[in-house]
Design a protein. Sequence first.
Length: 211
Amino acid sequence: MKWKRLPLGPLQTNCYCLWNEKKECIIFDPGEEAGKLNNWLKDNRLKPLAILLTHAHFDHIGAVDKVREKYDIPVYVHEKEAKWLMDPYLNGSQHFAMSSLLKIKPAEYILTNEKTLSIGDITLKLFLTPGHSPGSISYYFEEEGVVFAGDTLFKGSVGRTDLPGGNSGELIKSIHNHLLTLPEDTIVLSGHGPETTIADEMDTNPFLNGF
């Protein structure tokens, strides 16, 4: 298995692709620049199977429809943010002076509970990690020791909680209950910025020390 980080759009939101030996891949958070992403997929001869969203803020969903339509693949999102895809107020595109208000088509799959999710030959564990947003999900790929954490945990920082539905107490609880319990060498793939590890964040993250 391999993974690739692709920063996209004006906020350089990290889109990730995870693929197997058969070149089947899962796309996480295609936030913008659908053409760039589609060209990269074509150049690497990857076959997308699904789009998984860590949450539904505008900078994580901007390219969803164009990628979904090109490859005829389903989108997965948590039930608490299913309506956000179609609502510029909730997904934030109305607040951040976007050139266009985002109204994404409904997702094909609505996630509700923590579980093991298998798509093709790729199996992930879903952790509900609210705080940055009420429907934030982290996807743990145990086989490679990586967790796609969205905007929950960053290198040296944590997700903002001043947007609609944010809750700082929930965020810290989510990180401690679900992410910091993973093996310390787990690689954290965040929604923005570079990757980090659970061990590094346990030792040095100022937002987590002291809790």
